[in-house]
Design a protein around this ligand. Structure first.
Ligand SMILES: O=C(O)CCC(=O)C(=O)O
Ligand SMILES: [Fe+2]
Length: 305
């Protein structure tokens, strides 16, 4: 495993804008088998006991789950498709984002506070206000009790849409990375690693120099696993194009080069297939391509998929 000591010198990259001392520098270790994922030591950890408490409370108090889902009626906050669908990802999620958190009424925040929500939101606030990392923060519960309790499929193989993703894990293995040089070959990630993965926004911004890390989560039947995932991406109205001065490694589509695709459009294209995999949205009969095919069609020049 290659290990690099990285000094973070940008003031926004450290809490309160302070410059890090040598000992505060995060240690980043590239995870085998490729350079699209790294394990990083951060001085912030996810509150897994609060995350567990919050999931358990919402499972056993459907009224509270209904109230929470009502703040975002379009898609809900607590996703439980795995209780009824056997072919989708066998996991549950609580999907938070700054926009959604702002919509939770004070009374609901207060009543859920002692059932884990306070610590989850504190963690969220630390990430967004001290580390300036924001976008979306789903918590995942690979719970042994699902519609297909013996299934090994926790989260199907996929790539993430953002610039990068940080995955906090509760110590339980299950996350795997695909070997970019040997598609179909999966390498387990240690369960206690905090992982940074590259996503598709990084592919576009880097002019194709960075590739998106394909990953998945395998379950161990009977074993519960929790994770907290932070998707970091440009603001929704940012036009996604190779950054100025970068010579793309392969031609991008006219649509990308004209600046017609902003993060919101891109997220919507990826999100549909994502929700299908998670069991939260049906797919029209003719929509048969994989998520990566769909993105490739959109971003690369024709004939170069
Ligand atoms: O739960 C995990 O460890 C990873 C989940 C994931 O890949 C995702 O939500 O995009
Ligand atoms: Fe992912």
């Amino acid at each position: 495993m290659a290990t690099a000591q990285i000094t973070v010198s940008h003031p926004l990259a450290t809490p309160n804008g302070s410059q890090p001392s040598a000992t505060e520098s995060p240690t980043i270790s590239l995870l085998e088998p490729n350079a699209t994922a790294a394990s990083v030591k951060l001085d912030v950890s996810a509150p897994f006991s609060a995350i567990r408490t919050l999931f358990d409370h919402l499972y056993s108090h459907p009224d509270d789950a209904t109230k929470l889902n009502a703040i975002y009626p379009r898609r809900g906050i607590l996703k439980t498709a795995a209780t009824i669908k056997t072919s989708s990802d066998q996991k549950f999620t609580i999907d938070l984002s700054p926009k959604r958190v702002a919509l939770i009424p004070a009374s609901l925040q207060e009543s859920l506070a002692r059932h884990g929500l306070k610590d989850v939101l504190d963690f969220f606030n630390t990430l967004t206000t001290e580390y300036y990392l924001q976008h979306e923060l789903p918590s995942c519960d690979y719970n042994p009790v699902t519609a297909a309790s013996e299934s090994l499929n926790g989260c199907g193989a996929h790539t993430d849409y953002g610039t990068f993703t940080i995955i906090f894990q509760d110590g339980t293995p299950g996350l795997e990375l695909e070997d970019a040089n040997a598609p179909g070959s999966w390498v387990p990630v240690p369960g206690d690693a905090t992982v940074i993965l590259t996503g598709w926004c990084a592919v576009i911004l880097s002019g194709g120099r960075i590739t998106a890390a394909r990953h998945r989560v395998r379950r161990t039947p009977g074993v519960r696993r929790l994770s907290a995932v932070l998707f970091i991406a440009p603001d929704l109205d940012v036009k996604l194009k190779p950054l100025g001065g970068i010579q793309p490694t392969r031609p991008f589509s006219e649509t990308v080069m004209r600046g017609d695709i902003d993060t919101e459009v891109f997220k919507e294209v990826m999100g549909k297939r994502w929700r299908y995999r998670e069991g939260n949205e049906e797919m029209e009969g003719h929509e048969v391509g994989t998520q990566d095919d769909e993105i490739a069609k959109l971003i690369w020049a024709r004939g170069r998929v």
